[in-house]
Structure formats: C-alpha cells, structure tokens
Design a protein around this ligand. Sequence first.
Ligand SMILES: Nc1ncnc2c1ncn2[C@@H]1O[C@H](COP(=O)(O)OP(=O)(O)OP(=O)(O)O)[C@@H](O)[C@H]1O
Ligand SMILES: [Mg+2]
Length: 250
Amino acid sequence: MLMLCKMPRAGVFRENFIFGRFEMNLLEVRNICKTYGSGETAVNALKNVSFSVSKGEFVAIVGESGSGKTTLLNMLGALDTPTSGKVLIDGKDTFSMKERELTVFRRRNIGFIFQSFNLIPELTVEQNMVFPVLLDYQKPNERHMEELLEALKLKERRRHLPSQLSGGQQQRVAIGRALMTRPSLILADEPTGNLDSQNSSEVIAMLKEASKKYEQTIIMITHNRGIAQTADRVLQVSDGVLVDLGRCGE
Ligand SMILES: Nc1ncnc2c1ncn2[C@@H]1O[C@H](COP(=O)(O)OP(=O)(O)OP(=O)(O)O)[C@@H](O)[C@H]1O
Ligand SMILES: [Mg+2]
C-alpha cells in the first residue's frame, strides 16, 4: 500500500522556493498517505496529498462522502497520524513532536469546530468558551470574550446552558470556543451541516469576520456550494487524491 506514496512532487516545493529561501506558509502538507487497516481490508484514504496554505487564507475542502476529507482534516490537526508524510504548521513538524508537546501546541495554535458541536452540557455559554484557555492554565482575556460574544450575537445568552440554545446558537458557541485562544489555524468539519441556510450564512459570515481581525487561517470542509464560492481557494478530494480547484467564485 505504501507504493502509492511516490516521490515528492517537485512543483510543490518549487512554488514555495523563492529567491533561494522558503516562503513561510502557515501550513505545509507534504506527501501525506493514510492507509486504514491492512491486507484485503486496507483502505487507502489519502494518496500522496501535498499542498500549502498561506496565513489568513480561507480554504474550502469539498468532495463526495467517503473521499477522505475528515481523514485529511484529522491529519492537519494532528488528531491522527499519517502512514507517511509530513505536516508543518508555522514551520513546525507536528508529527515529530512528543505527545505532551503536541497537546500544548494543538491547544495554543489550532481551533477545532466539528459538525456535532461537542459542547459540555453542564457548562454555560461563557464557561464553554473559556474552557480551552483554562485547560492551558492561562488567564482568560475578558475583552476578547466580550468581543466574541458581541460578534457571535451571544451576549444575551452568556449564562445559558447548551440545552437552552438553538442549533445555530450552539454552533456559534463552538466557534467562540475555537476562537477564544486566538489560534492561527481554524479547522472546521462541516460546521454548518446541522443548520438551515439562513443560519449557515450567518455563522460563516461571523466566523470570517472574527478570523479576519486576527489574520487566522481557516480550512473548512463543506458540502455547501455557496460557502465554497466565498472561499479564497477550493481543494477537492476525490478518492483520496487532492486537486486544487483554485478560486470558485460566482
Ligand atoms: N477509522 C477508520 N478505519 C477504517 N477506515 C476508515 C476509518 N475512518 C475512515 N475510513 C475510511 O476512509 C475513507 C475516507 O473517510 P472520511 O471519513 O475521511 O471521508 P469523508 O470525505 O470525510 O466523508 P463524509 O463526507 O461522509 O464525512 C472512507 O472510505 C472510510 O470508510
Ligand atoms: Mg467527513
């Protein structure tokens, strides 16, 4: 199965190699292969995937169900390890880090937003948002919290529990939680999958607005054509192979 991982594509390196030095991308993915299982049941979920993303870029990942999108996002966030290949975030090779170092790195640099919001039911909106900051033994930035509550239109709901919120509001809390640590990279797996179209566009607009302010990079899996059209770049995954579709504006 490793046969699929051929030599690095020279172009990927050449395009970033300007005047004898590497242009620093926020994210560099080099020749990632992921095989689940072995023998007859082996699934080659990612086949030699390479791409880079610059700071502040908003990238949409599209592709059919089972094509490898979540597998790819899990590799980018170092939630799972590839069979071969490298991921560099801000020049740091995530898979060469020790577990403890990686946990801290992930907490400080990456914000995750999942389709199922993964909020803690016993905690209020504010407590959910501040949770990753406390996990990192940091002091929460009150002003940042107020700004986020304002931008995400959650001020009136700050002391509510997730069960007392609508789906759209819960997703906005999940976004607030991802942004609270001011991560340089935001990874989102179909963040609007459970929302109606009105709520989807609102949530995306807020996410973009909030992330623009801090020049955060967003990589978002989406089945929503409208959202992909607003991205700076669209990457398509087809049966584990990645194709850069460029900008897909109207
Ligand atoms: N833990 C696993 N063990 C074995 N195979 C897996 C595992 N996780 C994913 N796969 C397989 O890898 C392939 C890619 O799965 P992945 O979840 O990345 O797809 P996806 O593009 O995110 O699909 P969807 O749009 O339905 O969420 C699929 O064929 C899936 O069956
Ligand atoms: Mg998926």
